[in-house]
Design a protein around this ligand. Structure first.
Ligand code: PMP
Length: 285
């Protein structure tokens, strides 16, 4: 496997970062997870823009232009002959001293991995999945904004551990106000009385690129999209529920904290949106 590392394609064994890298020591850095469909990078511009926005918020200067990053991703998928796969694009603060100050980190480390994608098993797509609502809350936007896709995922990992303990593949996190935010690695939607509802970005969610695709496709699925705060009650009484994310795409949720959602199968609007999303992917590829 070839890794794009600080401007060069190198063998995976040679793609190393320093033990003094603040990405490793403190989770100080930003990243993107991006799909490749039929050899084309899906929503490349949106991902690169989000990477640069995340970097701007944490005052990390990426030592490449968005065009250079895009070109580097193209080179990495070509070098690894990836047709359908996944790109991990990472920029760390770079090697510094043992203190948290980024001031001594002179050079960010930038690397790109292009690999196969590990999906949820097919039966979860066919039947829907069971999720729990975690007791771990999503970070308040005035701590580290959930809009920053940073290398520090511990908040989400704490919730994911609760899911694993409960035997569920995913956990939903509430914000500090008790409103629904998102899953640990996906955004959430519900369908209720014919409306497609997802929490607003102000509820403390990553502005998911798949989330935006689904909002844009709502018209095709003959449903009105609404960004509105949701409570636990809204999830439990939803007619349909699904998650969206680059890796997961669109996946139905059919049980939340032991309550069956709708008739316990992926709902009709979820199915229409899943089909519309796959059609969009085909069109763009
Ligand atoms: N929320 C979180 C916390 C995520 O990490 C991700 C991405 N894995 C998403 C939502 C979904 O975002 P996207 O559709 O851009 O992949």
């Amino acid at each position: 496997m070839m890794i794009w590392m600080n401007g060069k394609l190198v063998d995976a064994q040679a793609a190393t970062v320093s033990v003094f890298d603040h990405g490793l020591l403190y989770g100080d850095g930003v990243f993107e997870g991006i799909r490749v469909y039929s050899g084309r990078i899906f929503k490349s511009r949106e991902h690169v823009t989000r990477l640069f926005d995340s970097a701007r918020v944490i005052r990390l200067t990426i030592p490449y232009t968005p065009e250079q990053i895009t070109e580097a991703m193209e080179q990495t998928i070509a070098a690894n002959a990836i047709d359908d796969g996944y790109i991990r694009l990472v920029v760390t603060r770079g090697a510094g001293t043992l203190g948290i100050s980024p001031a001594k980190c002179s050079h960010p480390a930038t690397f790109i991995i292009a690999d196969q994608i590990a999906l949820y098993p097919p039966e979860l797509y066919a039947n829907g999945m069971h999720v729990i609502i975690a007791s771990t809350m999503r970070c308040h936007p005035n701590t580290l904004s959930p809009r920053v896709k940073s290398l520090n995922y511990l908040n989400n990992i704490m919730a994911k551990l609760e899911a694993i303990d409960a035997g569920a593949p995913e956990a939903i996190m509430l914000n500090t106000e008790g409103m629904v935010s998102e899953a640990t690695g996906d955004n959430i939607f519900i369908v209720r009385h014919g409306r497609l509802i997802t929490p607003p970005v102000s509820a403390g969610v990553l502005e998911g690129i798949t989330r935006q695709c689904v909002i844009d496709l709502a018209g095709e699925a003959r449903v009105e999209p609404v960004e509105q705060n949701l409570t636990r009650y809204d999830l439990y009484t939803a007619d349909e529920c699904f998650l969206t994310g680059t890796a997961a795409e669109v996946i139905a949720v059919t049980r939340i904290d032991g309550r069956q959602i709708g008739d316990g199968k992926p709902g009709p609007i979820t199915q229409r949106l899943t089909a519309a999303f796959h059609e969009l992917v085909r069109r763009e590829a």
